[in-house]
Design a protein around this ligand. Structure first.
Ligand SMILES: [Zn+2]
Ligand SMILES: [Zn+2]
Length: 214
């Protein structure tokens, strides 16, 4: 049974997720740790639970979600997996930090492993499914734990909101289509864990999200 732990990092209050199960294998989704203290919190969780990191997975390439990639890669000797359409955002992430008024960040390596729509990622005895949900950024993905009944939506779908679409590669109608056809088709009781803010469910967002009327 996959378990989810979230830590909130960087000036954008980004949710970094650690997914693990009874085998102690884990993946780190969107490591947003942006300084040594935040890295210590992430590594402290992983090390104190004696977890065995398999890979980093990025839901998209915005700097608040990838800024900790290299630190995690270096510490655990693991690879970064992401959708290939995100590469441009990885290249721009350092510059994006400047636009957004963050502390300067170093270069962020391009992903090592390409993920595709519907791909299954084994974590211990559990399984995550890649669901392509572009629109907030190119190549954005969600990660669905079907057996556990939850989904990580990155910055595509938030509690009562959706991701901004004014950044390069963003497109509102694409995002709305992604949410309607790929997320709102999941069971209503599915718990939604977004890249920022609190959790919600698919059913609640179908009823109450003002940006994506069903
Ligand atoms: Zn974003
Ligand atoms: Zn974000």
């Amino acid at each position: 049974m996959l378990q989810l732990e979230s830590l909130v990092f960087n000036p954008f209050s980004e949710n970094t997720f650690i997914i693990h199960d009874e085998t102690k294998e884990c993946v780190i989704v969107d490591p947003g740790c942006s300084n040594a203290a935040e890295e210590d919190r992430l590594f402290g969780y992983i090390d104190s639970h004696q977890l065995k990191p398999l890979m980093v997975i990025n839901t998209h390439g915005h700097v608040d979600h990838v800024v900790g990639n290299n630190a995690v890669k270096r510490r655990y000797g693991i690879m970064v997996a992401a959708h290939p359409d995100m590469h441009n955002d990885f290249i721009q992430a350092k510059r994006q930090a400047v636009w957004l008024g963050m502390q300067p960040v170093g270069d962020i390596d391009l992903p090592d492993v390409d993920l595709q729509d519907d791909q299954e990622i084994k974590v211990g005895n559990g399984m995550l499914e890649v669901i392509c949900t572009p629109g907030h950024a190119q190549g954005s993905i969600s990660l669905y734990a079907r057996a556990e009944g939850w989904v990580l939506t990155g910055d595509a779908l938030f509690c009562r909101s959706i991701g901004r679409t004014d950044l390069p590669g963003g497109d509102f109608s694409t995002l709305r289509e992604s949410i309607r056809t790929r997320l709102f088709t999941l069971p209503d009781e599915t718990e939604v864990f977004p890249g920022h803010g609190e959790s919600t469910t698919i059913g609640e967002e179908k009823n109450f999200n003002p940006f994506v009327a069903v």
